[in-house]
Design a binder for this molecule. Sequence first.
Ligand code: AMP
Length: 284
Amino acid sequence: MADLIVSPQELRRRVAAWRREGQTLGFVPTMGALHEGHLSLVRQARTECKRVVVSVFVNPSQFGPGEDFSRYPRTLEEDRRLCDPLADVVFTPTVEAMYPSAQEVWVEPGPSARGLCGAFRPGHFRGVLTVVAKLFHMVDPDITYFGSKDYQQGVLVKQMVRQLGFPLEVRLCPTVREPDGLAMSSRNRYLSPAQRAQALCLIRGLRAAERLALGGGRPEVGALKAAVAAEVAKVPEAKVDYIEIVHPESLEPLTGAMRGEALAALAVRIGTTRLIDNLLLRTA
Ligand code: AMP
């Protein structure tokens, strides 16, 4: 079984011992309720690094009022089992260890946090970057692994690492999907069987845009958006937060005819569950 470490000091001692032996360290930060999407990151870390740490921490500062912090699934024993034998350590710090006093100093994201989820979850990415920075200091990895499922988060973490000079590499790994295309997410377990079927409208919409992009010519961004929206609209229970076509690096909304690559991204609420997904579009 992967060792469970709660104390940051103990983690530092463990990492220092690995470092003395010249071993490389991969780090996968998570909020737990692990699934194959998380495990794909852990597997990738395993192939590139001698040692692997997975953190499981439901970070209060990235949830807004009325969001699902208190009901977020917490399945630590199962998480630990799933990490075996891929991870050396599962690090599960307490809220008190991560936030020993009221947080006054934050990592404030730049303009790439303004749109997409940032527009609907004020303070969310500030909370994410701040906890990720703390975790990077505690774990001190060579390489860290994030999922493209949370694409905006991945872009912002890369910017933070580059602009604040963290001595590590960030890998953005592909989204793992269920066989029917639904992006795996810890929040999928909130869905009833009927809602689980409705949730397929996200990937159907993205694939409709993908077909249009690949269909020849340079489709208008408005038409790509409309293709996504038409699929989502087939499910009356699905309430759209946003459907956007953005530049894959700056995350600025695109206009006019599509050129090169574009990211199609959306957030949809089904009942009380908020789901996100995205797909990188290319013209043929
Ligand atoms: P979370 O536990 O939701 O904070 O996610 C932890 C990490 O796993 C983040 O880097 C996510 O982007 C990544 N992740 C979540 N779902 C998936 C998925 N379906 N495929 C790949 N990575 C994922």
